[in-house]
Each structure stands twice: as structure tokens, then as C-alpha cells.
Design a protein around this ligand. Sequence first.
Ligand code: FAD
Length: 442
Amino acid sequence: KYSIFWHRRDLRLNDNAALYQALKAGGPVLSIFIFDQNILEDLNNRQDARVDFIHQELQRLQKELRELGSDLLVLYGRPQAVWTQLLQDWSIEKVYTNRDYEPYAKKRDAAIAELLQKENIPLLTKKDHVIFEELEVEKKTSGPYTVFTPYSKQWKAKLDSKKTAAGESFYLQSYPNENYQQNYASLPGNFEIPSLESMGFAPSQLNFPSRLLKQKRIKKYEETRNFPALEEGTSRLGLHFRFGTISIREKARKARKLNATYLNELIWRDFYAQILANFPKVVGQSFRPQYDQIEWRNNEEEFEAWCQGKTGYPLVDAGMRELNATGYMHNRVRMLVASFLCKHLLIDWRWGEAYFAEKLLDFDLASNNGGWQWAAGSGTDAAPYFRIFSPESQLKKFDAELKYVKKWVKEYGSRRYPQPIVEHKFARQRCLATYKSALNQD
Ligand code: FAD
């Protein structure tokens, strides 16, 4: 009888909480991954770089597992149907996996747990994607935090506490690898990874950021992190955190030693994950309900100009073009383009959120939703509605030499570059009036 380990947002062997548990429990372990047809069908782009990334990472995982005398079974289909088939093909004792907190994933996992339960097979889950889950860092008066600073204080105290051992890792060297050693060749199942083409996708041609975190980068993080022209100014690890190709525990421990500001960014990630888990309504709705009374202008041509990076505001345009070309945008610029869409153009934050969801390699429902609601002012710990970024002063502060702008907006300064889509002062007043009337504030 086999234990199955199901990889999802944790495409690595080292320091993988549920995989470690599966191996430790004894008996042969079979690792699987399912390309989820429900998710893939929803993607608009047939060259989606994230599918390509997963595909490449699975090849690496398979190679690593084969070196250990094991293998990786990669399937394609709807999870319910795939599991029904697995139950027929394999004699399964237990199933292990790491928890996923997105609403779709929770529903999927509940359905699979039920399916397995009918055969008396337990679905055993572990925390792996975050340092602390939704109910682990709570207010003294009980209930989830909705403000970051007190949350982060308690988070750090908990990380340091010997009792919780939250940053503890499970290293590959300590794995009982003998439980991998099985002769899969004689067993049912095809261990060829389905090609991208067979699932209706093509390679993306994008380069993916390295998973290595150089100490030097982290030590200098404060000085460099706000300047989008510096390619090494931030860690560029978002994609790897998203798909679990690196361990958050390991990086949080490193950050705790090296740089408090960097650690804070990792805490934001947990913060938004717990907001999504505790308040799933934020998907589609403003956290502060009165913000859903805002009368958005939702001008489609202006939205298109924003998407294409043709607003006539160079830092906004550079950001959007970087996103379109690489699947990445610097955080400083994400904040500006999001604020610009909501406040200068009065376009519903959900439009921008959806556009980012399609384009960002590091797209993560919780952080993206948190970032957008922050920019719109509608979120938990949001920028106040009357704070409106000025694209010109942001440019002066963060790209004074126009290095970033010139990299992405080649025609900047020529007659081909568009005039500003809206005048800043006018847009500011219009935004204040619109927000005020929705929020009933004077
Ligand atoms: P670094 O500065 O090196 O930070 C390291 C890691 O910390 C990041 O990889 C990320 O996991 C985490 N982190 C940093 N800042 C934040 C933050 N504000 N909120 C949550 N986690 C953070 N981040 C995503 O991972 N996925 C998203 O879909 C996403 N959408 C965003 C949308 C908007 C409108 C805004 C304003 C921010 C968004 N962010 C998102 C947060 C942040 O911009 C990115 O995490 C960061 O730019 C990724 O680059 P990096 O890995 O070099 O970050």
C-alpha cells in the first residue's frame, strides 16, 4: 500500500512539511502533481508563463526524485476525476498534502477529502505555505488582526518564541529517503510528464528569476528597494514563494538575521494570506463596504491606455510595459499604477486586480487583492482615500535619472509619446469629490 504525496504550491523536495511527514510515517511514498483542468481552462493566454514555469519545475522535481530512486506521477484533468482514477489504479493507504488557503483550493480539497473518506483513506494536511496560518496570530481580545503593525509585532514575537518553533525546517538530509525506493516501472501509470502542447499551451519564451537569495541583496535592501531601475534592488523571489520552489521558513529565518525590513515584507505576505482566509468576501468585495458605493467611471478606452502603458505619465507607463513584457513589476511602481487606475482614472480596482492576475508571474490571490484594496483605499490597512500619489513626484523621488522610464518607454521625450490622459490636479479633485460622496464624508 502506498502513501501519496500531492504537490501543489510546494514544488520542491527540501524543507517540505507534508512530504517529510509522509516519508517519516514509513512505507512507500508516491509523489504526484495534477495539472488542474479547471484552472487551466480559465487562463486566457495559451502561452501563460506560469504554466511553463510549473512544467519546467516538474521536470526538475522528477529528475531529483529519479536520482533518489523514486519518480513523479504528473496527471492532467479535473481533480475529482483524477482522484477517482488514482483510487482505482493504486492501492492507497494515506494521502499527504500541504494546505492551500484560496477559496477554490479549499473547496477542491474538501471534495477530495470526502472522496477519499469513502474508502477510509485520510487526507493529512500540513502548514507549509505560510509561517503562521489565519488563526495563529490573533488579537488578545481574540479575532483576526486587520491592521498590519500590531499583527507584525505579534508575528515576530511568535517566530522568536521557542514554543512555536515556526521557523523550523525539515532538511532533505534528514528525510528517510529509503521510503522512496520503489520500483514504479512494474506499476500502473505513465510517468511521462504531459507536454505543454497536449494541454493546449506553448512555451512562454520568458526568463524566470533565479531562486537564489544573495545575502548582499538582503543586507542592502533598505537602500535599494525603492528604485525600480535597480534590478537587484529587491529579491525577485515572488514567483518562487508563489509556487513553493523555495521554502518560506528558510527565507524568514535568514531575513530575521539579516534585515528587519525584508522580514517585514514576508510578514505582509502572511498578513494578506490570513486576511483572505478570515475574510473570503474580499474576493470581489471591498473590505470596507462603503467603498462599494463609489461611482467608478470605468472608461474602457482609458483602461486600455493604462493596460498598454500609454497614459502619458512615464512612470505609470514604464511599469505597465515592464509588466506586459516580463510578467514582473517593481513594488513601488505597482503601488503607483494601481493608485493611478483607481484614483486618477476612477476605474474599479477589480479591473486592475484582474489584469494583474493575468499578467503577474508572482500572482497570488491574497497579496494581489490586498495590494489593490490598499491602493483603492477599500482594504484592511489601506492608504487613506485622500492620499493620492502624484505620478510626477514619484518619478522625481524614485527614478530621477529616468533610467527605468527610458528602459521601458523608448519613445519618451519624442512627439510620439502621448500627452497625459488626464491632468493631475483635475483628477485629484475629481477623485476626492467622488470618494467623499460615496463615503459620506465632508
Ligand atoms: P521583495 O521586495 O524582494 O519582497 C520579498 C517577498 O516578500 C516578495 O516576493 C513577496 O512574497 C513578499 N512581499 C513583498 N511585499 C509584499 C506585499 N506588499 N504584500 C504581500 N507580500 C509582499 N505580491 C505577490 O506576491 N503577488 C501579487 O499578486 C502581488 N500583487 C500586488 C498588487 C499590487 C497592486 C501591489 C501594490 C503589490 C502587490 N504585491 C504582490 C506585493 C509586492 O509588490 C510584490 O510581492 C513584490 O513586488 C515582488 O517582488 P520581489 O519578490 O522582488 O519582492
